[in-house]
Structure formats: C-alpha cells, structure tokens
Design a protein around this ligand. Structure first.
Ligand SMILES: Cc1cc2nc3c(=O)[nH]c(=O)nc-3n(C[C@H](O)[C@H](O)[C@H](O)COP(=O)(O)O)c2cc1C
Length: 185
C-alpha cells in the first residue's frame, strides 16, 4: 500500500465521527481551460487507488470531465489538520457500461439520496416555487446516475501539525512504484 494511502486510511479513521470529513472538493476544467470546483461525497477508494464519487450525467462536471479528464481533489481534515491534494484522471461509469457497479452504488443510497436524482434536470430554472416532484422509481437506477472513478496520479500532502509543518510529494516512478519526497512546506 502506498505511504500516502496508509496516511489517508489513518486520517479517515481518526475523523470517522465527523461526517464533513467525507466531503472533498473536486476541481475540473472545461475544454477552454476554465476551472470549476464543487464539493462531493467520498464514496470509497478501490484497491487500485481510485477515489469513488457518485454523480449525474446531466451535470456540468460530467461535460467538463468529458472534455478534459484531468481533475484535482482537495481534501482537508480539520481535526487532524491535514490536507491531501490528489491529481487525478477521471473515468465515468454509467449503467450501460457497468450495470453491477452502478446499481451497487445506487442501492447504497438512502431514499433521500435517491430523490436528489429524480427531481428533474439539474441546473435548469425552477420558476413556479411549487414542491419538486419525484419522477421515477427508487428501485430503478436512473440512466443519468453515474459513478466517477478518480485514478490518483500524484499526491501533495500537507500536515499543519508541528513546527515546522510537514509536506510530502508522492508520485509513481517509471516502473509504476510510488515514490515519496519530503518538501519544504
Ligand atoms: C456537502 C455536499 C456534498 C455533495 N456531494 C455531491 C456528490 O457526491 N455528487 C455530486 O454530483 N454532487 C454533490 N454535491 C453537489 C455539488 O457540489 C454541485 O453543486 C453539483 O454536483 C453540481 O455541480 P456541477 O454543476 O459543477 O456539475 C454536494 C454538495 C455538497 C454541499
């Protein structure tokens, strides 16, 4: 297991009672290089070091990642005062591509979580102030529900605890092995 991943496992354990530690910021760029950033929920990390996020193919981030799969995750653990910046390459998995994986993530959602995918087209005007209507069935995975797999290419880790603070850079060498380097913070 790469050194940074051992650290992340520890950070997640130490902050397990804080739901906000499961949110991170995901930055993308569109085809013109314009940046966008938003908060998403961490849904897990795979054996091959992919961060898992669930989302909607009707969202802007889906279009942006289609134009440029390079993205960055910025994740701050306030309790342990650690920041991880993951440079990633995104792959988006839809129902048609991997029904088992997508269904598995859909089934993990609460009804309230599922509802958010059934209110209509995200980001479109909501003019009449009436309650949003759920369209669709909770037992059926909507075709716009998707899983974003963020393959971690490099990691910039900063720990504010201690004087001096510590910073470490992690990337893969030519043989695909993770190597680490301490940096001046
Ligand atoms: C705490 C929090 C968690 C969120 N989690 C997700 C998530 O897991 N997936 C997602 O697509 N959007 C999530 N959102 C909404 C996004 O931040 C964003 O508003 C939405 O996805 C539209 O973004 P886009 O137009 O850039 O695609 C979350 C927002 C907040 C505040």
């Amino acid at each position: 297991m790469p050194q940074w991943r051992q650290g992340l496992t520890k950070s997640l354990h130490q902050t397990r009672s804080m739901p906000e530690s499961r949110y991170f910021q995901l930055a993308t760029v569109d085809g013109s290089g314009v940046p966008y950033c938003r908060t998403v929920v961490f849904r897990g990390i795979t054996d091959n070091n992919q961060l898992v996020v669930i989302s909607d193919t009707r969202s802007e981030k889906y279009n942006q990642l289609g134009q440029n799969p390079h993205s960055q995750v910025c994740w701050y653990f306030s309790k342990t005062r650690e920041q991880y910046r993951f440079s990633c390459t995104a792959t988006i998995i839809t129902l048609g591509q991997d029904a088992d994986l997508v269904t598995q993530h859909w089934n993990k959602l609460s009804d309230a979580g599922k509802k958010q995918f059934l209110w209509g087209e995200p980001g479109t005007p909501r003019n009449d102030g009436s309650a949003l209507q759920v369209e669709g069935d909770f037992n059926e995975v909507p075709t716009h529900f998707c899983v974003i797999m963020l393959t971690i290419d490099s990691v910039d880790y900063l720990n504010l605890r201690g004087n001096p603070q510590s910073r470490e850079w992690h990337q893969k060498d030519g043989n695909g092995n993770w190597v680490s380097q301490s940096l001046i913070p």
